[in-house]
Design a protein around this ligand. Structure first.
Ligand code: GLP
Length: 250
């Protein structure tokens, strides 16, 4: 365990981290088939989803009674389901999740406040999130909780920074200008209520953010640093993403 109280696990490659996390999730599903999972989008979890999809098709993993809540979604009529489509393509189409137990913030909702309240209520009714998986933005964001002077505790609508829009350009034909300016996201408090949190970060571009998350002060300028306040957070990194952690360098 790191001095921050976070548990750090280092892997030799993004693939080995993804495989280990897929194994962990499948064991948890075996122990509790009604597991409630929180899911991220982004490039980082793709190998994890690929592995879970494969094992589900092989009959090794069973999602039939599980529930999922995705972290965030773009806002707007045109792109308000882009992350849902991503999840469909990378996981949902390939696993036996019951559609009624897949939950998403609706980015097309007219009344955002009501939509966010609805989402928080659904999470509560499901009994809360057992395992929430997170990615990490290079600027230290989690979900779409961007660095700011103040953070939101609960699900909310938020403006996106230019760097985050650029990082998401791939989903919009490579054009950052087509990435919506706003998104809906679970809040920091929603995230911190999950019983267990596993943040997965791979690649050199995440090394500085990983260091600030683990070793920096808790500050809304690095939303991921709030994870230091939670009693059960694991930070799973490959060597490149963990390279700047002083505890691991020794
Ligand atoms: C996106 C998502 C986050 C994700 C992060 C990292 O903006 N909203 O939930 O964790 O960026 O993405 P990637 O894994 O592609 O680096």
């Amino acid at each position: 365990m790191h001095a921050s109280g976070l548990i750090i696990r280092t892997f030799s490659s993004p693939e080995s981290a993804a495989r280990a996390l897929a194994r962990d999730i499948s064991r948890c599903l075996e122990a509790n088939p009604r597991l409630v999972l929180g899911l991220p989008t982004g490039r980082t979890p793709i190998p994890l989803y690929r592995q879970l999809a494969q094992w589900c098709q092989d009959g090794v993993v069973d999602f039939s009674q599980a529930t999922t809540f995705n972290l965030d979604e773009f806002a707007g009529q045109r792109s308000g389901a882009r992350y849902r489509e991503f999840m469909q393509r990378h996981l949902f189409d390939a696993v036996n999740l019951d559609r009624r137990r897949i939950h998403f913030l609706n980015g097309r909702a007219k009344n955002v406040a009501l939509e966010c309240e609805r989402y928080e209520r659904q999470i509560r009714r499901a009994g809360g999130i057992d395992i929430l998986m997170l990615g990490l933005g290079t600027n230290g964001h989690i979900g779409f909780n961007e660095p700011a002077a103040e953070l939101h505790a609960r699900s909310h609508r938020t403006p996106l920074s230019l760097s985050t829009r650029r990082a998401n350009a791939q989903l919009f034909g490579g054009r950052a200008s087509l990435v919506p300016t706003h998104a809906l996201s679970m809040g920091i408090g929603t995230i911190l209520r999950a019983r267990r949190i596993v943040l997965l970060a791979t690649g050199r571009s995440k090394a500085a953010a990983v260091r600030r998350l683990v070793e920096g002060p808790v500050t809304p300028r690095v939303p991921a640093s709030f994870l230091q306040l939670h009693p059960a957070v694991e930070v799973w990194v490959d060597r490149a993403a963990g390279a700047r952690l002083s505890a691991l360098a020794k």
